[in-house]
Ligand binder design. Structure first.
Ligand code: NAG
Ligand code: NAG
Length: 169
């Protein structure tokens, strides 16, 4: 336990050091969950999954209104929206396993809290072999109730910012 705490402290210190060096990453603890926001660093969905797992975290799940409020509050704390009018960030929802059946990759749960942007998910056809099977959380300051931290399916190979989170054991 002591070792684990030491390792965690080191991790926190390392992250603090990184941010002190002007790194473009943001790391924070909020309501017992730890979050990571890639801030200006974009990856495709698969690489975002790996990036989070490599840090002992998971790509974000937003399974109920409380988890939606928590990530909004966390994001506001990062100051990101002071300099950006929009947010497009990967979350772990996807229907890669079966078309139209969205699940959270982080927990394996079927998506039951549905907060899609209007007319989404539309599985938009990008080309003969690419459609939209991975979800982002999206926000647009002029979007009103739509694009208000709602979900949208996108091509998994596109590069977006992303959120990682810890999940309680
Ligand atoms: C998303 O969730 C919020 C808060 O629960 C709700 O006010 C809003 O109507 C929902 N939006 C959609 C598009 O379902
Ligand atoms: C967008 O969501 C936030 C957080 O749930 C809520 O406070 C706000 O009223 C919503 N805005 C609109 C225009 O629906």
């Amino acid at each position: 336990m002591v070792k684990l705490q030491t390792a965690f402290l080191l991790l926190v210190l390392t992250v603090l050091e990184l941010s002190a060096q002007g790194s473009d990453t943001t790391f924070g603890i909020f309501r017992q969950k730890e979050y990571y926001f890639s801030n200006s660093f974009k990856l495709n969905w698969f690489k975002a999954v790996e990036y989070c797992r490599a840090r002992g975290m998971f790509l974000l799940s937003v399974r109920n209104p409380e988890e939606r409020e928590a990530i909004i509050e966390y994001l506001e704390g990062t100051g990101y929206l002071k300099t950006h009018k929009t947010l497009h960030a990967w979350i772990s929802a996807n229907d890669l396993g079966e078309e139209g059946e969205f699940h959270w990759a982080s927990t394996g749960e079927r998506m039951s809290y549905l907060n899609w942007s209007e007319t989404e998910p539309n599985d938009f056809k990008i080309d003969e072999c690419t459609r939209e099977d991975c979800a982002i959380l999206e926000y647009w300051s002029e979007g009103g109730a739509n694009y208000n931290y709602t979900f949208n399916d996108r091509s998994c190979m596109r590069e977006f910012l992303f959120f990682c989170e810890t999940l309680p054991a």
